[in-house]
Design a protein. Structure first.
Length: 178
């Protein structure tokens, strides 16, 4: 085996990316503290063709050097909107036909491996603060919660890791629908 050269990776230009059909997925970041997490979520969203990111509460917004450090230019390809009030954001998404899920450990959550996507209905995923997670009031207005199964002694993932895990699963399922 030999590593691929950059020109073999089939990367889209910024212009081609902007014109490419996106997955019907929106990410909502609620009070995420770390600019590195925000940048990493942008970069992962670019990789999985996420339609849009909403940055709510005190989540840092581009442009910022520390976001760019991990985003590697993805803030220029992935559409994003800053909305102070997450509840306004969720209501707007629901009005647009999105099914809204918090990614959180709660009673009655759907374990990620049991989540089944059967339609092209758009999905919004909410990721919360690194220490406190998604706020209880926010969970209360979601359509459900998705939980990532974990088996070790630590029972949490970094937000950017969580986003990557859930997006990969949704991408696999939605890709089969097209």
């Amino acid at each position: 085996m030999q590593k691929k050269e950059m020109d073999e990776l089939g990367r889209l230009s910024r212009e081609a990316f902007l014109e490419t059909r996106k997955m019907p997925i929106a990410l909502v970041l609620e009070n995420v503290r770390s600019m590195h997490n925000v940048g990493s979520v942008f970069r992962t969203s670019d990789a999985f063709l996420v339609d849009r990111i909403f940055l709510c509460g005190y989540t840092p917004k581009p442009p910022h050097r520390d976001i760019q450090k991990t985003a590697l230019g993805a803030t220029e390809t992935v559409a994003w909107t800053g909305i102070e009030n997450i509840h306004d954001c969720i209501h707007q998404l629901k009005d647009q036909g999105y099914k809204v899920f918090a990614v959180e450990q709660v009673h009655g959550s759907i374990s990620l491996e049991q989540l089944e996507i059967h339609s092209h209905q758009p999905i919004a995923l909410i990721f919360g603060n690194e220490a406190t997670g998604v706020e209880e009031k926010t969970i209360g207005i979601c359509d459900g919660c998705i939980e990532i199964p974990q088996f070790g002694s630590k029972h949490s993932f970094n937000i950017s890791v969580s986003a990557g895990i859930v997006l990969w699963e949704l991408y696999k399922q939605m890709r089969k629908l097209t």
